[in-house]
Write a new protein. Sequence first.
Length: 174
Amino acid sequence: MIGPATARKLNKINIKALGELANSDPLLLKRLLGINGVKLWNWANGRDYSRVKDYYETIPIKSIGRSITLREDLINFEEVRSVIQELCQDISKRLIENKYLARGINVGYKGNDFSDNGFDILLSYPTNLSLEQTIYNIRKRYGKDAISYANLMGDLKMPNDGREEVIMPVSFWA
């Protein structure tokens, strides 16, 4: 439950075990880790104030997204297209599995200067179609080269070590 960065911070103040965390000063933990320090102290002392959830309760999905950090910069349209196709196929599969249709598309990327870039498009009809229709709709609205100049980080050039991040933000079109 404690990640490497938090463990390093706790180790600096000689907290290396659960009992040491439970016996520590919660105010010191709050100064060191913010509100999460207090949460960790409560958990270490067997206190959890969250409501008890039904085992079968599911949290409603508000959006379905997919992102990945690439190993190298993409340098041409075909590389960009391959990465977007992989991400779109995964999103389309999850839309179909969950019996959802999407009313909008968000394409976001980081430039090689780590700047955040992107754009949203609201579709005229809900869909769970994948890449070809998505690219068509984006190009129709933003021009035929709207995707090809995305300066994405990273080779299919995609890492193959299992690292991935699924992002499910609150929908921009809700």
